[in-house]
Each structure stands twice: as C-alpha cells, then as structure tokens.
Design a binder for this molecule. Structure first.
Ligand SMILES: NC(=O)c1ccc[n+]([C@@H]2O[C@H](COP(=O)([O-])OP(=O)(O)OC[C@H]3O[C@@H](n4cnc5c(N)ncnc54)[C@H](O)[C@@H]3O)[C@@H](O)[C@H]2O)c1
Ligand SMILES: [Fe+2]
Length: 352
C-alpha cells in the first residue's frame, strides 16, 4: 500500500528530555552507555528509574521476551531506548511483547538504523534475523543529538553510514515509494554520500548532517519499504554476525547489478552524479558506492569481512531461503527470484 505517516515526534537536543515528565522510567540500553554514565544522566528527571542494560548487538528474541517480563514487573510510564539499532529494536520489541501503554522515547547513538522512527524491530532467533513490522513498534518520540555520535569509532560511522545509504536507495526504488518518501530518501542519500567520508575523518558538522540523514532515511523506508539488499543482509547477519551496515556495504553494489530498477539513474542524477544517459548514470551510482566503500576501508566481499567462502557455500541455500521469506522482498522493485539472490551471493562471497 502507498501511504505516508510521519508518526514520531522528533526533538532536537538531549536537553528536551529535561522538559518532559518521565514518571516511572525504564531505560533500555547496552552496557556501554550504562558504564559511561550516559543512561543515568538522561534519567535524572524521572520519579523512579530501572535499567535494562544488557542489550547486545543483533538482539535475540529471547532477550526481548525477558525484557518484556521486566516491563511487566516495573510498570513504567516511559521506556527510553538509548543506543544503536540493537538497543532501540530490543526496547521496541519489549514494549510490544509486554503490551504496555508506556510512552516509548528513542535516542539513537549511532547514525544508521533509523529505528528511532520506524515500524521495524529486527530480532535474531536460531541464526535467522526476523523483522517484526507493525505500526505499534514506532516510537512516540525520537531525540536527536549529534553530541552522542561525536566519539563514535570510525568503523561504526562507516558501517552505519552504509546502512543509511542502503535505506535511502532502497526506499527510493521500491514499489511503494511516494513523492514524500522520495524527498526524504534523496536528501538522506545525498547528505550521506557527501558527508560520510568527511565525518569519518573527524568533521563534526558532516557527522551531524549524517546523523539527521539516518533518521530521514528511516522515515523514508518505514513508509515505502526496503528490498533485496536488506533481505540478504538480514539472512547473512543472522548466520554470520557481521555488522548490519557492513553487510549492506558489501551487498549494495552487487544488488544494483542483479536487481534492476528504472530509478537508479534518477537517484544518481538527483545525488549530483553526472551522466545523462540512463546506463551511464546507473554505472556512476555503482562506481560512487564502490569508491566510497574503498575510501572507508570497508570490505568488498564476505571473505574480506572474515566469513569463510566454504561456510557461505555450505549454507547458501539456507541463506537464500531465509532472504526470500524476508518481508523486505515484498517491496523490491522487481519480484525477487532465487536466481537473483544466488547471483548476488556468488558475487559477494569472495576468495579465501
Ligand atoms: N529497526 C530498524 O528499523 C532497523 C533498521 C536497520 C537496522 N536495524 C538493526 O539495527 C542493528 C544495528 O544497529 P547499529 O548499526 O546502530 O549498531 P548496534 O546498535 O548493533 O551497535 C553496535 C555497537 O556499537 C556500540 N555503540 C553504539 N553507539 C555507540 C557510541 N555512540 N559510541 C561508542 N560505541 C557505540 C554498541 O555498544 C555496540 O557494541 C542490527 O541488528 C540491525 O538489524 C534495525
Ligand atoms: Fe538497515
């Protein structure tokens, strides 16, 4: 269905939390932000506070179910999700499974997932990543503060940035794209393509622009949908635990070749990449992504990311089956076939 909802209220700056009545507050975060005191500093205005701070990357369905029990036991008025996509997804799933009416506030500390504004929560179970998709998962409030990403390690900036580029590109080409999602997708793609390398080199203004772009791309894809690149990133991420954005960096240029769309060239032109003829513009888009990936020292194959080609080949059919049943395939610009997914997988496996 083509539709557009801008459901989440977006606040700028952590100080906006001080003006809110948080009541009984449950903070969901990963150990990093509990140990460094950020979680405690955000909880200052709460009447009472409890912490669920053991979220690990690619949260499991079990962790979210345990967290739902913690929600039921504490009965919060507010759940504050502080962290990257993993902490935010875990908090969203905890709220969803518990059936709480608590208000959900998401504070992203990476610039990537866009989870602070999306209807998605990705949980891992038995080596497979399952996207939960429901409007009830969308946070009521997102607080964006680029100070939270000022000390982000370079590799996390690069990984997250490629997640943003992939969200924006896929949201732009999918079947349910609208002029509203396109506007956000193009702005997010352009800003990230331009700003990601300077951000990695320490330009904090560029980093702030990419931080906002991550949320814009999240709004674009939660309305329009995603495609084959994310379907494969989910199945490979569940199987091999390579960071999600890094998988997108490996997959996206190959997906451009094997999953056709009329709109790749249009995005290239809108992003300022030269080439008026369709084929030239498309090639420029792929070249720009490959060049940026190299400049950011990101891997170009699964082998370079530490995944043994023998393991990929052994599990190939399982990976393809999981990708084909991922809901992201439903919105791909052209119907996804096993051959298409196999061709992408073969191109990114690498040697080793
Ligand atoms: N719900 C959605 O819409 C959506 C969309 C895309 C991806 N995802 C999911 O999000 C997850 C990836 O999220 P992510 O890329 O944000 O990473 P992440 O949340 O998995 O975090 C990665 C690591 O970065 C650390 N970290 C986070 N912020 C930091 C900071 N400011 N400084 C230092 N370290 C920091 C964390 O402690 C963690 O060890 C994946 O599970 C992916 O499937 C969800
Ligand atoms: Fe993603």
């Amino acid at each position: 269905m083509q539709q557009f909802t801008a459901g989440t209220r977006i606040l700028f700056g952590l100080e906006s939390l001080a003006a809110m009545d948080l009541g009984r507050l449950l903070v969901v975060t990963d150990p990093y932000f509990y140990k460094d005191g950020t979680a405690q500093s955000l909880a200052r205005g709460a009447a009472e506070v409890s912490y669920y701070y053991n979220v690990s990357p690619d949260p499991s369905a079990r962790l979210a179910a345990e967290g739902a029990a913690a929600v039921k036991a504490f009965q919060p008025d507010t759940i504050l999700a502080l962290g990257g996509g993993s902490a935010m997804d875990c908090a969203k799933a905890m709220a969803y499974f518990s059936g709480t009416r608590a208000r959900l506030i998401a504070v992203p500390t990476t610039s990537g997932s866009g989870s602070e504004v999306t209807d998605f929560a990705i949980l891992t179970h038995d080596g497979v990543k399952h996207p939960l998709v429901d409007p009830k998962l969308r946070p009521e409030v997102a607080v964006l503060d680029a100070n939270l990403v000022a000390k982000l390690p370079k590799s996390l900036i690069a990984d997250g940035g490629f997640d943003v580029l992939t969200h924006a590109l896929e949201a732009f080409v999918v079947k349910n794209a609208t002029p509203f999602s396109d506007a956000l997708a193009v702005a997010a793609f352009r800003e990230t393509l331009k700003g990601l390398l300077p951000s990695c080199r320490g330009d904090l203004q560029a980093r702030a622009r990419v931080h906002y772009a991550a949320t814009m791309a999240g709004q674009a894809f939660t309305n329009a949908g995603l495609g084959l690149c994310h379907a494969l990133a989910h199945s490979l991420g569940g199987a091999f635990h390579v960071p999600h954005g890094r998988l997108n960096a490996i997959l996206l240029p190959a997906v451009l070749v094997h999953s056709p769309s009329q709109k790749y060239g249009e995005l290239a032109r809108l992003a300022g990449l030269e080439g008026s003829a369709e084929a030239v513009a498309q090639r420029n888009l792929r070249n720009a992504l490959v060049r940026l990936r190299r400049e950011l020292a990101l891997p170009s194959t699964l082998a370079e990311a530490g995944v043994s080609p023998a393991e990929v080949r052994k599990n190939a059919e399982k990976i393809i089956k999981a990708a084909l049943s991922d809901p992201c395939c439903d919105t791909n610009p052209t119907p996804v076939t096993a051959e298409m997914a196999r061709a992408v997988l073969a191109e990114v496996t690498g040697h080793g």
